[in-house]
Write a protein that binds this ligand. Structure first.
Ligand SMILES: [Cu+2]
Length: 88
């Protein structure tokens, strides 16, 4: 999966990407993540989901932010669970 790189800011409409209407961003709380290995495991699984273009993990906030086009919310949750973690 090709990475689109980091988005400049979280302010709506300010993205540096060529964002279409299909572009979406969803954040998931994953309390079980505690270290870099957790981050990597979750990132790898979520990145493999169809339509996902970028995954950001904030360990301090236990937050996984997913960006992409028309990815399936249930598939993201399944991927996080496949990595061994639970979505809050
Ligand atoms: Cu860990």
């Amino acid at each position: 999966m090709q990475s689109v790189g980091r988005i400049a800011s979280n302010i709506p409409g300010s993205g540096i990407l060529d964002v279409s209407d299909a572009m979406r961003e969803i954040s998931y709380i994953v309390p079980g993540m505690s270290c870099g290995q957790c981050e990597q495991a979750v990132s790898e699984e979520v990145t493999a989901v169809a339509g996902v273009q970028a995954v950001e993990v904030n360990l301090a906030a236990k937050l996984v932010t997913v960006r992409g086009e028309q990815f399936d919310d249930a598939a993201i949750r399944a991927a996080i669970e496949a990595a061994g973690y639970e979505v809050a």
